[in-house]
Design a binder for this molecule. Sequence first.
Ligand SMILES: [Zn+2]
Length: 170
Amino acid sequence: MSQPPEGQVLHAWYGLPGEIVIEHDYWHLVRVGAVSLPHPPLVNLFIRRGLPVEERRRLSYWHEFGHLQTLPLALLHGLWLVWPGSARVRSWPERLTRLAAILLAHEALWELLSESYVVWKVGPTAYRRLYRTHPNPWLRGFWVGMALLALVGSWLARGRPRVVGQERRR
Ligand SMILES: [Zn+2]
């Protein structure tokens, strides 16, 4: 399979230019325009364990690029989470819990979106075959865990759905 264009500028579908370098298993560099975001790859580190080095790099690359490709969706979700009036919190502990829930839900959904982009990019059959040949103990946990975090985090951030007119008048 062809190798991704590492270190070259690639444009996301909405025009954002990005450059990705998979330095090694423990260090990735994403450059968006003039902004450099070097970081240790948490998700890629765990869910690429056991894959041949070429596949590890390839899937890691598309995962990072997936973050750029799915950024608009992740932002929309983030906006929906922080939308004023979506949850009524008054005390500081409530506010901090809500902030943590927003960050977790946003991050978890973005990871799911990026990895879904990887599946789409390499093809669902090839993706499944690759992980069947090289089983990874973290993969299932990643999909289930992130989905749960995204759901529970969103629920905590938005609060329980309220029925209009149900609130008590003072
Ligand atoms: Zn990621």
